[in-house]
Design a protein around this ligand. Sequence first.
Ligand code: RM4
Ligand code: MN
Ligand code: MN
Length: 396
Amino acid sequence: MNSKATETIVNALDRFRVELPSWGFSNTGTRFGKFIQAAAATTIEEKFSDAAHVHTLTGACPTLALHVQWDLPNGASDVASVRSLAKRFAIRPGSINPNIFQNQEYKYGSLGNPDPAIRKMALCHILDCVAIAEALGSRDVSPWFADGSNYPGTQNIRKRINYFEEGLREVHAKLKPNQRLLIEYKPFEPAFYHTDIADWGMAVLLAKHAGPQSFVLVDTGHHYQSQNIEQIVSWLLHTKMMGGFHFNDRRYADDDLTLGSIDPYQIFRIFHEIRMFEWETQSNADLAYMVDQSHNLKGKVEAMIQTVCTAQELYAKASLVDHQRLSALQQSCSLVDAEETLRGAFWQDVRPVIHDWRKARNLPADPMLAFRSSGYLERITRERAEKNRGGGASYA
Ligand code: RM4
Ligand code: MN
Ligand code: MN
């Protein structure tokens, strides 16, 4: 690789940060049950510890996304202890995720529920999350709504749009100037007939209605098969509505598999559209890159290290695209050469440069190898095995 390409990758990696999800370290399951891992994190302290370990090895994940009900079960009264954990493990709290899907009350929805008392309950919880985010210095509040229905005719879709418009507007009104509301969409699961925020168009309209600090969150697993996600990303960038990502991979539905395990070219294409946008506009897209994965079979920490390394590789590859050249080829409709310019970057082996970048930043050249020889897994397995035998009371 020539020195210009090396420099491009180094600059890209110096910038690239990806947030880890606290729930990616805990025992999560499928709708058929959970497989328990002896080393899984069951406390917020253990989640911080695991995330810090991944950050120490990769240098790319300084923040940890928190799910309020799982990580701060006592709400605002847990803020002080989260702050001290953040300090102790040198990991900042990242996006704050309300939980408006797990309580029994939310059987027929949260902000979209026909019952005003339940809508109010959901709103109060999200507002608590806004306050928690502020207290923790987190910029993004990112609710995901499981709201929807399973059977045709059973809910008034338009009434529910109104409820969402009202509720999200009230949430927006409570944001501090530096905060953002990221609205995530998902076309299926747990609701299987309609979900209230099914796609990026609905998310954009709701975000616009809520106010200027609302943006869309794209979870790569939340699309129908064969949907062109990078086109959605391009639209969101163009309309300044792109807020951030939940990265994962999928083969069928919201599988939450490790990033790039099924279709690395898909993630590369997303990164490419972002890099190309930044090159054309000479601006920083300012997106929250976050992981949202559930590791049922792979070891939790290993899966996360693998994910972060894959994200770095694909981001580095996307940074290698010759934008000037590609732009000219697109303009002249030189199809094969344009496509080869993109594909050529994808097929570059960026790993040697990434190894050197790591060494230059005092990071282990091979984070997975370093993890396996660190003794960390053996230690947490010893310390946590007993607790994990019970399976844990909470979902994550
Ligand atoms: C949902 C969605 C949310 C995540 C939950 C656990 O499918 O992706 O972002 O918080 O799963
Ligand atoms: Mn998600
Ligand atoms: Mn999901």
